[in-house]
Design a protein around this ligand. Structure first.
Ligand code: HEC
Length: 439
């Protein structure tokens, strides 16, 4: 379990859940549940739901202020709600998102880049880490980032201000403290409270994935062991077990009284900060969940299901979905179609590939590797000399993409059961050749 933080982005183990969540999403609801009075007037009818913007992969990050919600996805885009504005520019998953006071969106990617974008302007690259960026925080004009290059970094709108080195391994989370300092949480099981003089180290002994700091200086950290830890400014520590699987995200309510927690196991709940007690369970989430934020009077969660879910923090009731999950149900009932559901989270079969994390597999067999126009393949895949055959695809999922196609952006995954591989290939031979599916 201590190693489970490694699972954070090793999404391969979870695609079964993705497929499940996808099947249960009533996509027509998306049209009816956009927030904001101005949105209501222009809401499209249910039949138009498919044209609403939506993510093409699981939602990895969410941030919100009083007016906007930003989501970052494995599909390489960030979306700004309620407008549905699509922000591009990352090569790989958008792992982290934040909003500045003037509405500028900050995104951090698996490509190590940190980008700034305002509505109607071109995105600019603020700078980069030497590894994936996995968390962002803002305070006024200040930006803090956490990366898997063992550093956290401080930025202003114009560039790098300071590198915070000291963690032994991945830095997974970052938050600004009320004293102007910064708190980071790492795979090394420590929290570090940085100020001009250096860092105070709080040793928790368990990899930490998420951190928030309240205005009174109290720190709350989410561990890979599923335990929420609350550390007072005088170092008193209290614990609450939330799940047996890793906590992946934390969010503080605008008045600091509640903490929202989500986990890899799909637990979503609200905790009373003063008493460290569960007050509300958000029932009916998908697993895994990656992210949570308070958005004005609502809570939003993001995870495997590709749509943001909105919740009423008082009752725990769902308020609806944000975004249209592209309707991706592959045809057919057979085993092969079932196995393909895990692929469909990232791959369509349509002639136009949509914005999913991976390229469309339309016309796959006989196609040169990395030849789908308009898809931003990795250099590693482009460099391969390979024509896709059923044997090549079978090999890909026997040994896994990292061995079959080293350096690829496709997450590591294998289909261990030879019968499942065979069923998938039979399905693909039909479905990639059939007349294009609408999605
Ligand atoms: C989490 C997302 C994700 C999942 C799930 C996924 N893939 Fe992929 N796949 C990708 C990405 C991203 C690429 C592009 C890789 C690159 O450019 O390095 C890719 C590339 C491919 C390619 C090469 C396509 C080409 O045009 O050369 C094939 C074939 C493929 N995937 C098949 C599958 C199958 C079959 C499954 C299910 C068993 C699957 N993938 C599951 C993300 C995914």
């Amino acid at each position: 379990m201590l190693n489970s933080i490694r699972l954070l982005l090793a999404v391969s183990a979870m695609w079964g859940c993705v497929a499940h969540a996808q099947m249960t999403l009533p996509s027509h609801q998306a049209a009816a549940t956009l927030p904001g009075p101005q949105a209501t007037a222009t809401l499209p009818g249910p039949q138009a739901a498919a044209s609403l913007p939506g993510h093409g992969g699981p939602i990895r990050a969410v941030a919100a202020d009083g007016t906007h919600i930003v989501s970052g996805s494995f599909d390489g885009t960030a979306l700004v709600w309620p407008e549905g504005l699509v922000l591009r520019g990352h090569d790989g998953a958008v792992n982290a998102v934040a909003l500045m006071a003037d509405g500028t969106v900050v995104t951090g990617g698996a490509d190590g880049k940190i980008m700034l974008q305002r509505y109607g302007t071109e995105p600019v690259t603020l700078g980069r880490h030497d590894g994936p960026v996995v968390a962002l925080a803002t305070q006024g004009e200040r930006i803090a980032s956490a990366g898997w290059d063992a550093t956290a970094r401080l930025w202003d709108r114009h560039g790098l201000v300071r590198v915070l080195s000291g963690h032994d391994g991945n830095v997974n989370a970052v938050a600004f403290a009320p004293d102007g300092g910064v708190v980071t949480a790492g795979y090394d099981g420590t929290l570090r409270h940085w100020n001009d003089a250096g860092a105070a180290v709080i040793r928790l002994g368990v990899p930490q994935n998420a951190v928030v700091v309240a205005r009174d200086g109290q720190i709350l950290a989410g561990g890979a062991d599923g335990v929420l830890r609350r550390i007072d400014p005088d170092s008193t520590m209290s614990e609450l077990r939330v799940d047996t699987m890793a906590i992946t995200g934390l969010g503080l309510s605008p008045d600091d009284t509640q903490v929202a927690v989500v986990s890899l196991g799909g637990v979503a709940m609200l905790i009373d900060r003063a008493h460290l007690q569960i007050t509300t369970v958000l029932h009916g989430s998908e697993a895994p969940l990656w992210s949570v934020a308070f958005a004005g009077a609502e809570v939003v969660t993001g995870g495997a299901g590709r749509v943001l879910r909105r919740w009423d923090p008082a009752s725990g009731r769902p308020l609806g979905l944000l975004g249209a999950a592209p309707v991706a149900e592959p045809p057919g009932e057979g085993r092969g179609a079932q196995v393909f559901r895990a692929c469909a989270a990232c791959h369509s079969l349509a002639t136009d590939g949509g914005n999913r994390a991976g390229p469309s597999l339309h016309g796959l067999f006989g196609r040169q590797v990395a030849s789908q126009p308009d898809y931003p393949y990795s250099d590693a895949l482009r460099a391969l000399d390979l024509v896709w055959t059923p044997q090549a695809v079978a090999h890909l999922f026997t040994v896994g993409p990292h061995e079959a196609t080293p350096g690829t952006k496709m997450p590591e995954q294998v289909i261990a059961d030879p019968a499942d591989r065979a069923a998938l290939l039979r399905f693909l031979e039909q479905a990639t050749r059939a007349s294009p599916l609408k999605d």
